[in-house]
Design a protein. Structure first.
Length: 103
């Protein structure tokens, strides 16, 4: 097995493994709406909506990535497999910036 195929498989396994903690994170995100007025705060929605749509993005990306892999388009498959992981990194960075400014 080549390095590209190994990288692809590792990326897909890591990406799909992020679904394991997702139910707990999604459940916990509901508590963001506990504070009075938080349901009208755009920042609260901006922090919770990505959590709830993450499985759709992940499974869609993994599915299309698998199709590209089967069609021998390995580079595109690797890029598509990286999308969910990149979204997690961007989300954590945005949350860190937001909370550091509002702390």
């Amino acid at each position: 097995m080549g390095k590209g195929k190994t990288l692809y498989i590792v990326l897909i396994v890591i990406a799909l493994a992020t679904l394991l903690p997702w139910p707990f994170v999604a459940y916990t995100s509901l508590f963001a709406f506990d504070a009075p007025g938080s349901d009208k705060d755009p920042a609260t929605l901006a922090m919770t909506v990505p959590i709830w749509i993450y499985p759709v993005i992940l499974l869609g990306s993994a599915g299309i990535s698998w199709l590209m892999y089967r069609r021998k388009k390995l580079n595109l498959a690797i890029v598509l497999a990286c999308i969910p992981l990149a979204l997690i990194i961007l989300y954590v960075a945005a949350a860190a910036i937001y909370f550091s400014k509002n702390a």
